[in-house]
Ligand binder design. Structure first.
Ligand SMILES: Cc1ncc(C[n+]2csc(CCOP(=O)(O)OP(=O)(O)O)c2C)c(N)n1
Ligand SMILES: [Mg+2]
Length: 320
């Protein structure tokens, strides 16, 4: 494998940061410390990590309701992200976005979205802006298998293709759309097959392999930067947690979930590969884990100690 030690450590740090962050958020939500609704990204960490490792700060991403991982992978501040999920005034959106509408324009993270399929046209708009400004920046829109059935996907894919916009349609096929198995509501076997209808490359890959994700997206990003237009990439993965925290999951068995996770945990996959090939040591991995755990504990304390927004802030930041 042709990766530097620094790149490997970065992959690992981002993936465990997302994993530990989500495990912490789950605990705090169940303990009543976090308001609203929370959707966890556990089991899908290799996707956000492999994608965002190809992006610069001034490239854009559009996220989903399951957006914490995308936010962290794009480089958002950990304290600001945690405080946002707590609804505190020190959060990335001053506590007024919360889990499902977290955004960080400073790092090109244009927003999570409570509307399934709400990100497509925003990303295409961002890509159009890049093109009109003459930059080589790209936009990536993350979206679920369920979202691929929304009209917004098809409108956006068509226009992006016609105008050869620098946008990547990044599908996270985790086999579930809320309580519904994807294959019961999707007309194609692979979501990437839909690329044919829009005259763009369509690629399906193992989304639990961070190397595969990184390398595939690298090609699509280069193509987009050079004016080659959009690409549709489908990352096959599996949703390990309930649709939201608190989901009773009456529609599948614990055995199914456990066996999928055991076979295909993206972080374990990574560890196996780098250890067996002697690229990193157990102690390298431990050091990263300890550093990340400490940073997350600090972020929780930061969030706990921060104030809620003042009522007078209710109408600020609504319009630009
Ligand atoms: C327009 C719209 N329709 C329905 C919903 C309710 N809803 C929230 S998440 C979800 C399923 C989304 O599935 P998928 O796109 O596969 O994303 P995943 O949750 O698997 O990451 C649905 C139906 C919504 N939020 N917005
Ligand atoms: Mg899904």
């Amino acid at each position: 494998m042709d990766y530097t030690r620094e790149q490997l450590l970065d992959f690992y740090e981002t993936m465990v940061k997302i994993r530990f962050f989500e495990e912490k958020v789950e605990k705090l939500f169940l303990a009543g410390e976090i308001p609203g609704f929370v959707h966890l990204y556990i089991g899908e960490e290799a996707i956000a990590t492999g994608v965002c490792a190809n992006l610069r700060k001034d490239d854009y991403i559009e996220s989903t309701h399951r957006g914490h991982g995308h936010t962290l992978a794009k480089g958002a501040d950990l304290n600001g992200a945690m405080a946002e999920i707590f609804g505190k005034s020190t959060g990335l959106c001053k506590g007024k976005g919360g889990s499902m509408h977290i955004a960080d324009f400073k790092v090109g993270m244009l927003g999570a979205n409570g509307v399934v399929g709400g990100g497509f046209n925003l990303a295409v708009g961002a890509a159009l802006a890049n093109k009109m400004k003459g930059t080589d920046n790209v936009a990536v829109v993350f979206f679920g298998d369920g979202a691929s059935n929304r009209g917004t996907f098809h409108e956006a894919a068509n226009l992006a293709s016609v105008w050869k916009l620098p946008v990547i349609f990044l599908n996270e096929n985790n086999e579930w759309a809320s309580t519904t198995p994807t294959h019961t509501l999707t007309s194609v076997k692979n979501i990437s097959d839909r690329a044919v209808g829009y005259d763009m490359p369509g690629i399906t890959i193992d989304g639990n392999d961070v190397f595969k994700v990184y390398e595939t997206v690298k090609g699509a990003v280069e193509r987009a930067r050079q004016g080659g237009g959009p690409t549709l990439i489908e990352c096959k993965t599996y949703r390990i947690k309930g649709h939201f925290v608190g989901d009773p999951e009456m529609y599948r068995t614990k055995e199914e979930v456990n066996s999928r996770f055991e076979k295909n945990d993206p972080i374990k996959n990574f560890e196996k590969k780098v250890l067996s090939q002697g690229l990193l040591t157990k102690s390298d991995l431990n050091q990263v884990e300890q550093k990340v755990l400490k940073a997350i504990e600090e972020a929780v304390e930061f969030a706990r100690q921060s104030p809620y927004p003042e009522p007078s802030e209710l109408y600020t930041d609504l319009y630009v």
